[in-house]
Design a protein around this ligand. Sequence first.
Ligand SMILES: Nc1ncnc2c1ncn2[C@@H]1O[C@H](COP(=O)(O)OP(=O)(O)OP(=O)(O)O)[C@@H](O)[C@H]1O
Ligand SMILES: [Mg+2]
Length: 474
Amino acid sequence: MTAAAQADLGRLHILIIDDDQEVRSSLQTVLETLGYSTQTAATGEQGLHAIERTAFDLVLCDLRLPGASGLDVLKHKSSAVPLILMTAYGNSDIATQAARGGAFDYISKPINPDDLIFILRKFEDFERLKRENETLKSHLSEKYSFKNIVAQSESFKEVFETIKRLSPFNTTVMITGESGTGKELLARALHESSPRRGKPFVAINCGAIPENLMESELFGHKKGAFTDASRDKKGLFEEASGGTLFLDEVGELPLHLQVKLLRALQEQTIRRVGDEQSIPIDVRLVSATLRNLENDALEGRFREDLLYRLNVVSIHLPPLRERIEDISLLIEHFMQKHSKRLGIPAKKITTEVMKVLLEYEWRGNARELENCMERALVLSQGDDIGLDSLPDQVTRGHSTRQQNASGIHDKVDDNLSIKQKTAALEIDLIQRALAKTGGNRTHAAKILEISHRALLYKLKEYGLSGGDSGAKES
Ligand SMILES: Nc1ncnc2c1ncn2[C@@H]1O[C@H](COP(=O)(O)OP(=O)(O)OP(=O)(O)O)[C@@H](O)[C@H]1O
Ligand SMILES: [Mg+2]
């Protein structure tokens, strides 16, 4: 690595904790000569106090102190600042205790300046690596994720761009996409990246609430408005005040409520059921649907004027099978997410399993993949995710495809179509190349010794990346 590429540490700020005035001032001299800035504390308590108020890069702390000891400081310090213990009793016992307590290192007293310089250089190297790693990580996550949405496909990059462009505005957004493509996740991302982020995000599934309760749910009611209305109740429009109201499955909203919703949007006010008074509203509306509402509008099931109000901007989330380059990234993401949640160490995906996962159609999209990974994490024994821990429906298609591909030499197979056999062979090779490269088409094309364009063409031709995955029938 070139010097220019190294993270610049700047002038490191070091805290020295020692009860001996002489040790403090001589250390201070040495460190400042070496170019560090320093501050001192005479007791563990003073040191802890200083750590709370100032951001140090490193703490040099005596082990034996009156009151709180060096190990106490290590244990109770409020920040993750690295600490080096200084001890006149340099023995392995202290070393173990220091390491166990999370100290960066320890150094024996009286302090030999060469030892000190050696440890400080080691610390700087470590710090540099750590910072480089952090920048790398933040770049990575910027590139592949935004507000918990993980993706690298072109179609999702556009989605990320749209979210960023929309972020300062209150524009009403409609999200379309199959079940499990991440519509709710996107709605939250829109909220989190908007100026409304500190206010409530309220979600309601219009298909899950009985029709007779829906109106009061959305707009609230006045005491006595109906039999069960024993007191005034705020509706979700009011609950979401200042924030975002997410209307999931908005296509399921009954026609008479579509009218009420349209009026609320036009007038920016609502009226609670049984109430005469209008209440002004301040919500950003995001809605989602897996139905084709244009079609519904044509057939009179959904009001066209409402549709225009709702999809001022519309964002379509393509199904997972049309963006296989997101699969491996999502696998990694779900693996991390659930291993953390369940307290199970993350497991490795073998090439064989990756191949199966890349080939599967994922009708349930990211949600199905997420469930599959969670299940596999729990069921797999050992460090790898085994094929047997994948659900049947995921592996079933795979075995058919396997047979088809190897059917080239199958004596019982009397299909002599060169075209079909070539297709089967090509599909198998492409899938293996994609599995090998974690779904990276550019690399896969190289391995396959065909152009990137040719690969895209074949993916499309065999339905491997678009529409119905006809691959398994070939
Ligand atoms: N791109 C993604 N990155 C990370 N997690 C994702 C992504 N897409 C979906 N998920 C996860 O998959 C699950 C399903 O997503 P979500 O609930 O947003 O889908 P949906 O489109 O609203 O589905 P439905 O139509 O069935 O309600 C969630 O746990 C979500 O966090
Ligand atoms: Mg949803």
